[in-house]
Structure formats: structure tokens, C-alpha cells
Write a protein that binds this ligand. Sequence first.
Ligand code: DCP
Ligand code: MG
Length: 489
Amino acid sequence: MILHIDMDAFFAAVEQRDNPELRHRPIVVCGNSPRSVVSTASYEARQFGIHSAMPLFQARQRCPHLVVVPGNRKKYAAASRKIMDIISRFTPLMEPVSIDEAYADVTGCTTLFGPPPVIAQKIKQTIVNDLALTCSIGIAPVKFLAKIASDMNKPDGLTHITRDQMPNVIQNLPIQKIPGVGKQAMAQMTALNIQTLGDIQRFDIRVLTRKFGKFGHRLFQLSRGVDNDRIQTGTVRKSISSETTLETDISDADAAKNVLLSLAVRVGRELRQKQLTCHSVFIKIKFSDFSQITRTRKILTRTCSTEAVFQQAWDLFQQVTIRRPIRLLGVGVSHLQSRNVPVQLELIVLPEQDSVRQWESVDRAMDRIYEKFGRDMVTPAVLNPLKKHARMKGGPMTGKRTKKVTISGKVQGVFYRLETQKAARQAGVAGYVKNLADGSVEAVFQGPSEAVDQMVAWCHQGPPAARVDQVIDEVAPSQTDFKDFEVRY
Ligand code: DCP
Ligand code: MG
């Protein structure tokens, strides 16, 4: 049995707890500028129709005597840690999913603490006793229903969906309650006359995957009460990253390159120390006006090499248009896996994979020197001359290459796809672009290396009307030869 624990009006509840004057009053936690949006509203404020993400001026219109409280992230994070700690006293199989939310698998601890509803009650009671905060808990045989259950009787709720009740709940569950069903998917659902999760059962799996891709497969399973998502315990780290606020803001790419390199050195070393490999690299850039962006890339081969991490980070950096001075830089890796997990041997080894492997042995040698003589002996500068050498040996990648890019943000308009097609054709790149059910866009670019990279860079920018939040690109071993660049539906 799975529990989903979600705190009630979390930030607002913490503020009301700490300041008795705020209790029983409509409050929002929010910055206090004309452009601010509500991060959360107390239940008293929700009666006026105020909710998270609503612009403050609108919230004020709805409730003129609204109290606006500035947030205190540190305080919420501290409360969050205590909550997670309480849950983990009942089961080691717990997965924090956000600052105020966690899953816990209690199947194995019923002899110790009682049946799941009793455990849930104990968790609620402990949180009230220790932190004076309430939460709502959902109990169900699978994760997605536990989450839906926790939302059913908010605040201070406890909702149990038993195995026997599952078919009935699924039959009546509005399809828009399923995470991943956004506006786009909803339109398709309406066209197919799908209103509840139960309605999905009428469809063949092939029809669903044709319409919704991978997500169609998941919908098929969910409609039958199957959720293969397991609890991901905190023992497996999701990412490793290192970031630094610069002493003075910089605008110069070379300076940024040096910083990225020293960050990559730290991240790479940590990966190797923890015996991990990564499958994605990301960078974070915060500008002088505090706006920030992240860019992520999936890489072809799992690696723990500093050089590989740096190369990807630098590549990602170069695709960003720097309009303002940089205040902070970060480099990170994710999709981590223990190095001892056997990797399937690739049939074809691309030159870049080969050089990644060479670099890992250089890194290990450097780690040994580092352990023996300390930091000063091994500086990032050492990497540069070696790198040139490796380039000459491996030779540059030439010829045709294929990259798959996933773009999220406000990107699903027809205009977006047509502009992508126009740009791709101009660059002499074949492939396709299409909308995915989860609200993102997938594009595959095939053509000469440089032209493909140019298109990836173009995606980061997007056409003028688009808002690009995240771009993930990965090298796709090409199975298909594309003739033209098409818009797919
Ligand atoms: N949060 C935020 N911005 C948002 C949504 C949420 O800063 N757009 C923050 C404030 C919330 C916390 O995350 O207190 C938890 O988010 P929830 O969606 O769980 O919302 P609440 O806990 O506030 O309310 P509920 O009782 O509906 O769970
Ligand atoms: Mg909550």
C-alpha cells in the first residue's frame, strides 16, 4: 500500500502557525510588487477564489482585506526536512517529491505499526504534535491513485482507496486529473469522447500509442489500475551539481568557460568518488537581473568524465545568447546510475564515445594525484593542452548526424512548428517536428553536423512568439534517412 502525504496550504500554514495574528484570516504568501503572483493562499483566502499562481493584483480585487505575507523559504525548507524525517521513521521506502509532498510504501511495516490507515493517522498526529501543521493523506494500492486520494478531502483529510474500490474510482475519475493531461491532450480526449480514466479502457493500446505516444501506453495501464512507478528512495541521488555566484558579474565567454571548467572538475570528481555515472548534463545561468535559465542535454554514453561533462556544459553555454552580465554559473549531471550496473555494449562505437572512455582514465589518474598531493597539483588548466592532443587523435566528427530535441514551454502552436520547418529547410536539415501529449514538442534534425547544431541552437531561441523553458537534446543514432523536414501530426 502506498501513502501520498501532502501538506495543507503549506507556506501559508507555516506563517499562520508562527504568527497568531494571521490565524483564521485570508492570507497569501507572495512577493509584494505589482508583478507578484501568489505562491500559496490560506484556506480562508481560497474561499474568495484565490489560488496559487494568481497575480497578486487579481487576488486583491477578489478580497480587499487580504493579508500579504512575504515568504521565508529557509523556514519552509526546515519544516519540510522535519516532515520527511517523521515519515521516514515509519518506512525507509519513502520518496519526497516536492517541498511539501512525499510518497511512502508501507506494505512492509504493517506488523510493526498497524494497517495503512492507522499508520497514516499516526503520521498525521506526529506532524501535528511536532510541527503544529496539518496534512492530507491518500492511501491506495498504486502511486497515482494515492496522489489523487490525498487531494480528495483537503484540508486535514485521510482518504483510503481499497483494491476493491479501484475499478469504481477509475471508472469515474475525470481524465484531466491524470498528471500529464494538459490542454492539448484534453482536446484530443474530448474528440475521442473520453471523459474519465475508465473511458480509456474502450481503446486498443495501438490506437492510444498512435495518438499519445509513450503516454498512451501509460494511460492504457493506468486505466487498468496498473502503475509501474515505484517509490524512488532518497538513497539514490537524482543529480549532482555545483554552482558559484561570481565575485563580479561577467560578460566574457572565456571567463565563463574557465568557471564552467572548474565546476565540471568538481562535479566529475564527485561522480567518480560516489561510483556513479551520468546520462545528462545541465547548466544553470543566473543573470545580473536575477533571471535564470537552465539547459539540459542527454548524452550518448554514460560517463563520469570531467572532460565529457565540461564539453557538454560548454556546448550548452555557447547555445545561449548572453544579453546581460552573468551573476551565477552552475554545472550539474543527472540520470545517475551506479558504475557497477552493467552497460549494454554498443554495437557501433562513435569517435566521441571512444574519447569519453579515454578521458575517464585520465580523470582517474588525476583523482589519484589529487588524493596524494591535494588540490593545487591538479588544476583545470592541465586539461587544456591534453584536450588538443585528444582532438587530433580522434579527429573531428564529420558527415551526417541526427539529433533529437525535446522543447518545453509555450511551444505547441502551429506557428511554432511551421517556423521550425522553415528554419530547418533553410539550414538544409531534414527530419520532423511534432507535438507531444505532455505539452512539449519533439524535433529530430538530421544533416551535416554544423547545420544540426545550428538548429539545436535555434530551438533554444525559438520563433519570436514562443516561450522556451527547457531544451533537452540528445544524439540519436540514425535509423531513418529523412528526405525532407516535415511537420507531423
Ligand atoms: N508553491 C509555489 N508556487 C506554486 C505552487 C506552490 O510557490 N505555483 C509552493 C507553495 C505551497 C507549496 O509550494 O505552499 C506546496 O504546493 P501545493 O500545491 O501542495 O499547495 P499547498 O500546500 O499550498 O496547498 P494544498 O493544501 O492544496 O496542498
Ligand atoms: Mg500541499
